[in-house]
Write a protein that binds this ligand. Structure first.
Ligand code: ADP
Ligand code: MG
Length: 663
């Protein structure tokens, strides 16, 4: 195969740019896929604009003349008649066609239209008029001055000679799906001949990518099942005693989660479990019980929360529950004072602290544990994989528990959580009523204020959500300040109003939250900093301005701030737009269904933030569109592993081992 250095027109500068794009070899270039395809249909000469790409049939009007511009470059031009209109055609280095372009013959010209000079700069000429099929043009992302066209010409050169690529799809599966060879599929992806062939080529490439991904997932899962963790001696009766001391009885789903976790912890295999359940379904207490089990067996637990507020809130609950048992709890965040920090560090090191909760400060270099046995990550999708990896590796072989309130669409659950065990909490604690959700227009604000007043009058509290903090956007958004004065005007005489936004110091935020919890504040105006996990049972209404700015899942999360007791709660979405999308929320409170809709409408990017950037990037597969391929790849890879085929395939095995980078 030709090397990059051997390619025409590829000098040191381009090579450098390619390196920056992550392309180090011809092989890398072969896997630099087009991000889209332009389709050239027959153009109508009367509708063309300057620089339009065209493909057009017409009649040769003059004998072409050929000029040599220099030794390497020759230019040919002739007059060309299309639909009664005459244009000049110029084309480079096709002098050899001169004798074939007879006056009166019909040909197809492909190129760019120069309206100003009434000229077509052709890239290709077909002597017999092309069949009336569209031409498919791959378009590549161009960076650092390397154009899509350049990439195409390099690829043309590389593919003009035999290439060597490793085909990872096992031959039995290739036969089953009648896939073309990898080489052929690469040729077609870069130089498509027809829609049908392109489609087959793409589905082969997507399948290979997804098959390898799922194979890796299944391989890791299998390996983890055999990885040795801590085998604890805990009697379930002690756990039961703890549970019966709680102020409420657990739901059936919570109980089965507890049992599953108990099995994991008392088994020698290492736990790697996700507890998935809607906001308010009671995941937190399940994690506390896990910590208790871990404590009983003599190990320390760490609980990571995505925000400062949430960490502090967990801390408060942890103290309430664990202090009566004489179990010491500490909180560690970025804002913890140096002196206190040092004390906590030494308590964790000498084992006098059994449970620590915090933000990512928990995984700073300075933190050493005496015997970390359990790591719990709350709202886990908010953490980057690296942070998790780091923490995972911190203890001996701590068991891992994740909690997530973002139900994941099935596709994503498979890919993100493919290597985990999953426990689900489907039902809400007893007595919870579904939140009643309505949509209001901005001009209906009076109705909204009236509804708020009804709740406030009944002694309840209300959240008011503005989408952005001040000064970030000068658009017509209801920012926190405007909202505050609005609310002051309406309710200032009767009720206390607090404000929470991202620019405040942690201490200030905490103070406001505490006042809200104590009902010293009745109306809390906030940006989305309250989004995750904040828990005030007496708050029964949430009003969300500019709702259309949020994804459905985010709105669902926000809505989960209310409906946290047996009181009827309400969610009012204020928006003048996108009623249809928002109305999904008025119809269902099933977080799973909502995230599925969100995914369909907005794609994956908005769902998980940070998670996307790392290991979820596929080169050619698109989970939104390629779900059925993913399902096939999943099944095939499972069978492949359980039948022991991977062990018989050294090339594939090596590939899987080598690229094993997931958490
Ligand atoms: P999640 O973390 O799943 O969003 P939480 O664990 O914060 O939900 O629970 C929400 C509220 O419900 C908390 O106030 C919690 O004390 C309460 N709760 C949890 N489980 C039960 C239960 N089985 N019965 C009654 N209340 C419960
Ligand atoms: Mg929670």
């Amino acid at each position: 195969m030709k090397q990059l250095d051997e390619l025409k027109g590829l000098g040191p500068k381009t090579k450098n740019s390619l390196l920056k794009m992550g392309i180090e070899s011809s092989c890398d270039l072969l896997f630099y896929y087009p991000f889209r395809y332009d389709v050239l249909k027959r153009s109508n000469i009367r509708e063309l604009k300057q620089d339009d790409k065209i493909i057009i049939d017409g009649v040769v009007e003059t004998i072409p003349s050929v000029f040599h511009i220099n030794r390497k470059l020759e230019k040919m031009n002739f007059r060309f008649q299309v639909d009664g209109r005459v244009v000049q055609v110029i084309i480079f280095n096709r002098g050899f066609l001169k004798n074939k372009l007879r006056i009166g013959s019909t040909i197809t010209v492909i190129g760019k239209y120069d309206l100003k000079h009434n000229m077509i700069v052709a890239s290709d000429i077909r002597l017999s008029a092309l069949p009336d099929t569209p031409k498919i043009d791959p378009i590549y992302h161009s960076y650092y001055g390397v154009s899509s066209k350049q990439i195409r010409s390099y690829l043309f050169e590389i593919l003009s000679e035999p290439i060597e690529v490793t085909d990872y799809i096992p031959s039995a599966l290739s036969e089953k799906y009648q896939f073309m060879s990898k080489k052929r599929s690469l040729e077609l992806i870069h130089f498509p001949k027809s829609f049908g062939l392109l489609k087959s080529a793409l589905s082969r490439a997507k399948y290979e990518e997804l098959f390898l991904f799922m194979l890796k997932m299944n391989y890791l899962k299998q390996k983890k099942q055999h990885s040795i963790g801590l085998k604890r001696e805990v009697s379930f009766s002690q756990v039961e005693a703890f549970i019966s001391d709680l102020p409420f009885s657990l739901t059936d789903d919570q109980l089965s989660c507890v049992h599953e976790i108990y099995e994991d912890l008392t088994d020698s295999k290492r736990m790697n479990r996700l507890v998935q359940g809607d906001v308010g379904s009671g995941k937190t207490i399940v994690s506390f019980i896990a910590m208790y089990m871990n404590y009983l067996s003599g190990y320390q637990s760490a609980l990571m929360a995505p925000t400062e507020i949430l960490a502090r809130q967990h801390y408060k609950n942890l103290v309430d529950i664990f202090e009566p048992y004489g179990i010491s709890v500490a909180v560690l965040t970025g804002k913890t004072r140096a002196k206190e920090k040092r004390e906590i560090y030494s308590g964790l090191k000498n084992g006098s602290i059994s449970i620590v909760v915090g933000t990512h400060a928990l995984i700073s270099e300075a933190v050493e544990y005496q015997n970390l046995g359990l790591v719990i990550t709350d709202e886990q999708h908010r953490f980057g994989v690296n942070q998790r990896n780091y923490l995972n590796n911190k203890g001996m072989t701590p068991d891992i528990l994740y909690m997530s309130a973002t139900p994941i669409p099935r596709t994503y659950a498979l890919t993100i959580y493919g290597d985990m065990d999953v426990s689900n909490i489907h039902t809400m604690p007893n007595g919870r009523l579904p939140v009643i959700t309505t949509i209001k227009k901005n001009r209906e604000i009076r109705d909204v204020l009236e509804s708020m007043y009804q709740e406030l009058k009944a002694g309840r509290q209300v959240y008011v959500i503005a989408p952005l903090i001040e000064e970030s956007d000068k658009v017509d958004l209801e920012n926190v300040t405007i909202l505050e004065s609005k609310m002051q005007r309406a309710f200032g005489k009767l009720y206390q109003i607090g404000v929470l936004h991202g620019k405040m110091l942690a201490r200030e935020k905490e103070e406001v939250m505490r006042s809200f919890e104590k009902n010293e504040i009745q109306i809390l105006i906030s940006t989305t900093v309250v989004e995750v996990g904040v828990d005030v049972a007496n708050a029964t209404m949430i009003v969300i301005f500019d709702s259309e700015r949020f994804g459905l899942s985010a709105l669902h999360q926000l809505r989960g701030r209310v409906g946290r007791s047996s009181l009827q709660s309400y969610c009012i979405l204020i928006s003048d737009y996108e009623k249809e999308r928002l109305s999904i929320l008025t119809q269902t409170t099933d977080g799973f269904q909502i995230s599925e809709e969100d995914f369909k409408l907005r794609g994956s990017g908005d769902l998980f933030g940070v998670r996307q950037s790392g290991d979820m990037q596929f080169q050619i597969a698109d989970l939104k569109k390629d779900f059925s391929i993913l399902m096939r790849a999943k099944e095939d890879s499972e069978t492949y592993i359980t039948k022991g085929k991977l062990e018989e395939n050294p090339i594939l095995k090596e590939y899987i081992e080598k690229t094993q980078t997931l958490a």
